[in-house]
Ligand binder design. Structure first.
Ligand code: SF4
Ligand code: SF4
Ligand code: SF4
Ligand code: FES
Length: 741
């Protein structure tokens, strides 16, 4: 039966139905028919520059460009005729007229679209005997180089920088055969250095400062994993040779980010080989940290912690976890704190109030959670208290996509003006009461309302299906106000709390909180406590524990005797007086990649694997669970998962908790998905590279109990990544990175 809403046409004698407005090139792709293209790129404006996509259309006097031709009812298209082949061959001959044909040394050799097209459709000899135009290669920044003779002038780079990034750093100079791509600052770039232009270039005209001339694509192995730097969870494919990451990209367009990566996702991997990377366990002897064996280090940890537990009890022991370690590691960490030592003194640096949002939404939480895809499809977006361009680059990319494709309206409520303001329908300064005060006024009318806020409210109440994104300034009661306001709006209002790092959300979901077990079950609520108690073979304490800040303060006054830190730098984040270790703090353990301020104060330091050296899962700020895939061997370091598992065996021998017998993160994920509210997703979805939305639900009871000052952002920008970012090598060499504080 023919659906009246669809357009029916024939391509290569096969009938096909497509939605009205579909381009012929898209219709052919859906049928598995290749129509070659260079300038056409889905999601970007149409250019019709390269003429590679010419097809025959019955009754049309000459060949048509399939990338600009809209499918019409009854259209008859042929893509495989002698005339079409001759046209493709002719176009390639023109493109190659001035091309240097340096494929044997070009970075793109082996994965070049021009090479592939020439192989399939081109001539096997050239008729040109004239000297080729030559221009020297230009270095536009530490990240981006341009080789004009290789450029085929498809303008993908110009469009992705303008439309996708909203930066407009690239343009076209000269005319005709002399046309070249030019950077915005005469001979160099001043931009976000995202490398999107390099990635999207079909040939080797734009090359990457970190990868160029290092290897051939077939010499590398490829590991699709998740970027570790911000909370957005971009999928990144790491290209590896000899246990070194040489490149990061997402050219297969899989994952929640499509082709997008920001500067950190693309270039922020060299910390893995930094010369200061810890490779051996260390133990403090005679006041100094000295290299030791794993046996001695782990033995010292279990015996000293057991002794402190016996002497001072669980209330004087503290555990601070990470917002970059995997869900499995976070789950194990809090299990050891709670089940082996019987303490709820467990926390991490909280960068968004996820518990507050889930608790404010109650049983609407699953329906009202938005994903990264929702942002790209939204019609109206309210962004509160977050500089997404700097702090959440994929979110900003998706916001720009929704404006471009859906003419979405963007509303900003922020203390300072934002770069996204250029695209916003309305930008409102939050005023004296801050963003939380403004939200309070939106919900209740209480407090002072700056004039603009009333206009914002009026505009928002005319929207439906509003998507609300908010940063760390909106917590607890302010989230309740926001949800109360959102509930008065038409359609389905959706929310995302924006945190800082790759597993900020997962750390909360896995119960690295002093008052919440995994899945936000309250520690004071019997059913949840009993369930985890049975699972872990120990009674779970019921009193709320100390927050990270409280633990450090307690250590200062001698009320905390041991501190176990996994992948965090609380001494820097929360501070010790004079950065000195308080005398009453008897024992400090740190799992770390580098000798951080916290590691320097430790008694035992265990060298830990980075996110690129392990497998497991992480949950992005929107609640999308994705899989980390091990790309490198950690060369001396060990994963936190392994360290905690081994420790659980040693502690069990000392009568503390039960041993963890699961040998792989995958096995532990089964326990998580069977028990943690919202995580009952199939591992197979994740293994096949998909993202599954964690569906938080009623496990949260009552209000969020975040104490003042517990939730704050690190305020990273495009070029920084907390403590880890200090060990970037290439990114700090970018002049834009130098210019930012
Ligand atoms: S690196 Fe990014 S911001 Fe800079 S020119 Fe290329 S696309 Fe534009
Ligand atoms: S530099 Fe690459 S992407 Fe840009 S116009 Fe040239 S070939 Fe196209
Ligand atoms: S937006 Fe965030 S997750 Fe994506 S590449 Fe950048 S730092 Fe990584
Ligand atoms: S792809 Fe159609 S003209 Fe370039």
């Amino acid at each position: 039966m023919v659906d009246q809403k669809l357009v029916t046409l024939k391509i290569n004698e096969r009938e096909v139905q497509v939605a009205p407005g579909t381009l012929v090139i898209e219709a052919t792709r859906r049928m598995g028919i290749e129509v070659p293209s260079f300038c056409y790129y889905p999601g970007l404006s149409l250019q019709a520059a390269c003429r590679m996509c010419l097809v025959e259309v019955e009754k049309a006097p000459k060949l048509q460009t399939a990338c600009t031709l809209v499918a019409m009812e009854g259209m008859i298209v042929r893509t495989d005729t002698p005339q079409v082949h001759a046209a493709r061959k002719g176009m390639l001959e023109f493109l190659l007229a001035n091309h240097p044909l340096d494929c044997p040394v070009c970075d793109k050799g082996g994965e070049c679209e021009l090479q592939d097209m020439t192989f399939r459709y081109g001539a096997d000899k050239s008729r040109f005997i004239e000297e080729k135009l030559h221009q020297p290669e230009e270095k536009w920044s530490e990240a981006v180089y341009y080789d004009a003779p290789r450029c085929i002038l498809c303008f993908r780079c110009v469009r992705v920088c303008d439309e996708g990034m909203g930066v407009k750093a690239l343009g076209v100079g000269q005319r005709g055969v002399n046309s070249v791509i030019i950077p915005n600052m005469q001979d160099h770039l001043d931009c976000e250095e995202c490398g999107m232009c390099i990635d999207i270039c079909p040939v080797g005209a734009l090359t990457s400062g970190t990868y160029r001339y290092k290897t051939r694509p077939w010499e590398m192995t490829y590991a699709p994993t998740i970027c570790t730097h911000c909370s957005n969870g971009c999928k990144v494919t790491l290209s590896v040779r000899n246990n070194e990451i040489l490149r990061g990209n997402n050219r297969d367009l899989s994952g929640i980010n499509g082709e997008f990566l920001c500067v950190k996702g693309r270039f922020g991997f060299d910390f893995t080989r930094h010369h200061e990377r810890l490779r051996l366990p260390m133990i403090r002897r005679n006041g100094k940290l000295q290299a030791t064996t794993w046996e001695e280090a782990l033995g010292e940890i279990s015996t000293r912690l057991a002794a402190i537990h016996k002497k001072h009890g669980p209330a004087m022991m503290g555990f601070i976890g990470s917002n970059r370690t995997s869900n499995e590691e976070n789950y194990l960490f809090q299990r050891i704190a709670r089940a082996a030592f019987g303490t709820n003194n467990i926390d991490h640096h909280r960068t968004a109030d996820y518990a507050g949002l889930i608790s404010a939404l109650g049983d609407r939480a699953a329906a009202a959670s938005a994903t990264m895809e929702h942002i790209g499809q939204a019609r109206a977006i309210l962004l509160i208290g977050n500089d997404a361009t700097n702090q959440n680059p994929l979110v900003a990319w998706q916001i720009r996509a929704s404006i471009r494709h859906n003419t979405a309206r963007l509303y900003l409520l922020n203390a300072e003006p934002l770069q996204l303001g250029r695209q916003a329908k309305m930008s409102v300064a939050s005023g004296q009461g801050g963003e939380a005060g403004a939200v309070r006024w939106l919900a209740t009318g209480a407090g002072d309302a700056p004039g603009e806020l009333a206009a914002l409210k009026e505009a928002l109440t005319k929207e439906s299906d509003l998507l609300i994104l908010f940063g760390a300034s909106i917590t607890g009661a302010a989230i309740k106000d926001l949800v109360a306001f959102g509930s008065t709006l038409a359609g389905q209002t959706r929310y995302i709390a924006l945190g800082d790092y790759s597993n900020s959300r997962g750390a909360s979901d896995m119960g690295l909180l002093p008052d919440r077990l995994p899945g936000y079950a309250s520690v004071s609520e019997k059913p949840g406590r009993n369930r985890y108690g049975q699972l872990w073979g120990a009674a779970i304490p019921s009193g709320k524990g100390m927050s990270a800040r409280e633990m450090l303060a307690a250590a200062q006054t001698g009320k905390l005797k041991s501190l176990y830190v996994m992948g965090a730098n609380p001494v820097k984040t929360f501070g010790f007086k004079d950065s000195k270790r308080p005398p009453g703090l008897e024992f400090v353990v740190v799992h770390e990649l580098f000798m951080t301020e916290t590691a320097q104060l430790a008694d035992v330091v265990l060298p830990a694997a980075s996110a690129y050296e392990k497998s497991g899962t992480v949950t992005n700020t929107a609640g999308e669970i994705q899989r980390l895939q091990h790309a490198l061997d950690p060369s001396g370091a060990r994963t936190d998962f392994d360290l905690l598992r081994i420790l659980s065996h040693q502690l069990a021998k000392l009568g503390l908790g039960t041993a963890v017998n699961m040998r792989s993160p995958e096995a532990l994920f089964d326990e998580i998905s069977a028990n943690v509210a919202g995580y009952d997703v199939a591992l197979s979805t994740l293994i096949s590279g998909g993202a599954a939305l964690a569906a938080p639900h009623l496990a949260v009871d009552g209000a969020s109990t975040a104490v003042a000052g517990a939730i704050f952002s690190s305020g990273d920008n495009l070029f920084t990544s907390g403590t880890l970012g200090r060990y970037f090598t290439m990114i700090p060499s970018l002049k834009e990175a130098e210019a930012t504080p």
